[in-house]
Design a protein around this ligand. Structure first.
Ligand SMILES: CC(C)=CCC/C(C)=C/COP(=O)(O)OP(=O)(O)O
Ligand SMILES: C=C(C)CCOP(=O)(O)OP(=O)(O)O
Length: 295
């Protein structure tokens, strides 16, 4: 990413971080340990890709992403809840996330489950606090995000992940799993930004295509980083997939094959945005950054 795009990202990250902070005060809350546990993971400094993408999709269709902070924050709350639960001993059993000990390592499994539950529920509260959007538009966005997060999307994908551990799943199952587990939330973020900002059906369709390629490129590069990345930059342990006996794009197609697939996915993502002109420049650079990302 060039320096102006890095700056764009940092500005948006800081807007999201400040807004998230306000949803969960650290004073006058009860029980304090629950709120501390939610804040611990939420404010641990993730990349904030999903809220940034929501805002960028709104910008890309000619709107103003900055107007949709409550919905953008909600997506990040859902994402953070999923990471807390994903790291639990009953799932991936990971000790580090976002450069810090995982939530359950600090607060215990029970409180980590509740912190996740609290964040998921708070996301719906936040979405319903979104102002300056017609009620029917907001409802369709809430439905979009709920479907993507639940059993038809992320939760379903995670269930396939769970039952596939130690099994030799085929390429189609792997594809389905990641489309649901990781891709659905990216897609919901982009579509929601476009819907909130009044994008046309054609624009929403193009962003949906972009999202699908982005999700694939993101997951392939996540698998690659799990092999060749470093805990210092990713903030999470390397080798988690091998330890948990997971089939990944790297195990299925080799490192070189996976890199090639990621490259093709990125090209296709960029091609999906052909009708958008300069307003989608950030989204083009964002997907290209996946090929060189270290975190
Ligand atoms: C309902 C739940 C718990 C959903 C989890 C969704 C998710 C994308 C987890 C991280 O996947 P990963 O294990 O492939 O990534 P990482 O390498 O970051 O652990
Ligand atoms: C979906 C997956 C593979 C989990 C990590 O997502 P991110 O890489 O977006 O994590 P953060 O930056 O939010 O920590």
């Amino acid at each position: 990413m060039n320096s102006s795009l890095v700056q764009y990202c940092q500005e948006k990250q800081s807007i999201i971080d400040q807004a998230l902070e306000k949803y969960f005060p650290d004073k006058n809350v009860y029980p304090p340990i629950l709120f501390e546990s939610m804040r611990y993971s939420l404010l641990a400094g993730g990349k904030r890709l999903r809220p940034i993408m929501l805002m960028s999709a709104a910008d890309a269709v000619g709107g103003e992403g900055i107007r949709y902070i409550p919905v953008a924050c909600a997506i990040e709350m859902i994402h953070t809840y999923s990471l807390i639960h994903d790291d639990l001993p009953a799932m991936d059993n990971d000790d580090y996330r976002r450069g810090k000990l995982t939530n359950h390592k600090i607060y215990g499994d029970g409180m980590a489950i509740l912190a996740g539950d609290g964040l998921l529920t708070a996301a719906f509260e936040a979405m319903l606090q979104q102002e300056n959007v017609a009620a029917d538009v907001l409802l369709s966005v809430v439905r979009e995000i709920a479907t993507a997060a639940g059993a038809w999307g992320m939760v379903g994908g995670q269930a396939v992940d769970l039952i596939s551990e130690g099994k030799n799943i085929d390429a189609n199952t792997l594809k389905f799993m990641h489309k649901a587990k990781t891709g659905a939330l990216f897609k919901a973020a982009l579509r929601s930004g476009a819907i909130l900002a009044g994008g046309s059906q054609q624009q929403i369709q193009a962003l949906t295509q972009y999202a699908e390629w982005f999700g694939l490129a993101f997951q392939i590069t996540d698998d690659i980083l799990d092999v060749v990345g470093s805990q210092e930059t990713t903030g999470k342990p390397i080798g988690s997939d091998i330890r948990n006996q997971k089939v990944t794009y790297v195990s299925l197609y080799s490192l070189e094959g996976a890199k090639k697939m990621a490259g093709t996915a990125v090209e296709n993502a960029v091609a999906s945005l052909v009708g958008f002109g300069s307003k989608a420049e950030f989204l083009r650079h964002l997907v290209q950054y996946l090929l060189t990302r270290e975190a």
